[in-house]
Design a protein around this ligand. Structure first.
Ligand code: GLV
Ligand code: GLV
Length: 334
């Protein structure tokens, strides 16, 4: 009997062909926000699954899934997965790091620049027919070149943003759970500072740290109050990092010049107070969304899934495992 695999969303049908060679594949034909109980039902008699950040998987979803051995997340962030519950059930989880680093860093830079230079606000103004004569003093923004960039979370993507900043002549400050080795700091021209100093000194602050429950609303009113009035805040990590009401207060009150947000706490719902503000650039979680990179993410997730199921050329050695400890608790294959 061939392993059964659930694919939770439409994901480049041609790339899923490699799964068909080894598995019985249950495809999802249209983009679907699956209810938690529907995820549990879909996983119940499957050996593996290819899922995205839309699909939350915890103890309740895997409790009835006796054959389930592998969950391949098509994304680098994996806050949708309860790794402790998956490990306890002997289910190996994987993600897609590296292949999206440069594309995501490109977008973070673009969003920061759009916020600082008021690009989407200006475009809306033009489309609204308000451009009646060229005016020297309208829509003035802040500079990127020569400014101080603050990076919160100096992982792969944070370092990608730092590399771009060098080309713009920016000074780069960062804060991270652990300080990077000297040679990495030097290679990225980056100076380690405290969380507080990062907020106090950055002209443009970019959030790139992974979401964990202890980071919920890490960016609260007190953190925002440390930013200078001309500063911008860009978030390409996870929405739950920011207290969005506190951010809306700061943006509305002129205590922060602008924000660029690709992620939101209640996605796909967006806080109506943010929607009403002109000094915030809003995009629908597309930072990794170049065609080439989204395809590379699916290809890597397929590699991971096949390997985690003991199939294909990397059998037993998935390229990017998240919880290798799951193997200890693993059920025998079918
Ligand atoms: C997208 O947000 C990802 O984590 O890949
Ligand atoms: C996170 O995993 C990153 O690549 O920065």
């Amino acid at each position: 009997e061939r392993p059964r695999v659930w694919v939770s969303q439409p994901l480049f049908a041609d790339l899923l062909g490699r799964l068909d060679a080894h598995c019985e594949v249950r495809r999802t034909q249209i983009v679907t926000q699956h209810a938690p109980a529907d995820v549990a039902a879909a996983l119940r008699d499957c050996d593996g699954a290819l899922v995205t950040l839309n699909d939350a998987i915890g103890a309740a979803q895997v409790a009835g899934a006796a054959r389930l051995r592998a969950i391949a997340n098509v994304g680098v962030g994996y806050n949708n997965l309860d790794l402790a519950a998956l490990s306890a059930a002997g289910i190996l989880a994987t993600n897609t790091p590296d292949v999206l680093t440069e594309t995501t860093a490109d977008f973070g830079f673009a969003l920061m620049m759009a916020a600082a230079r008021r690009i989407t606000e200006a475009e809306r103004w033009l489309r609204d027919g308000q451009w009646r004569q060229w005016s020297f003093e309208s829509l003035l923004g802040g500079d990127i070149h020569g400014a101080t960039l603050g990076i919160l979370g100096m992982g792969r993507i944070g370092r990608g943003i730092a590399r771009r900043a060098s080309g713009f002549g920016m000074r780069v400050l960062y804060h991270n759970r652990s300080r990077l080795p000297d040679e990495v700091e030097r290679a990225h021209n980056a100076e380690y500072v405290s969380f507080e100093a990062l907020f106090e000194r950055a002209d443009h602050l970019v959030l790139v740290l992974p979401y964990a429950p202890e980071h919920h609303h890490l960016i609260d009113a007190a953190a925002l109050a440390r930013l200078r009035p001309h500063a911008t805040l860009t978030n390409i990590a996870r929405g739950g990092l920011i207290d969005e009401d506190a951010l809306a207060d700061a943006l509305a009150g002129g205590r922060l010049a602008a924000a660029g947000l690709d992620v939101f706490e209640g996605e796909p719902a967006v806080n109506p107070r943010l929607l009403a503000l002109r000094n915030v650039v809003l995009t629908p979680h597309i930072a990794s969304g170049s065609l080439a990179t989204r395809r590379a993410m699916v290809a890597l997730a397929v590699d991971n899934l096949l390997a985690a199921l003991g199939l294909g050329p990397d059998a037993g050695r998935p390229p990017s495992p998240l919880n290798a400890d799951a193997l200890a608790a693993r059920k025998p294959g079918i």
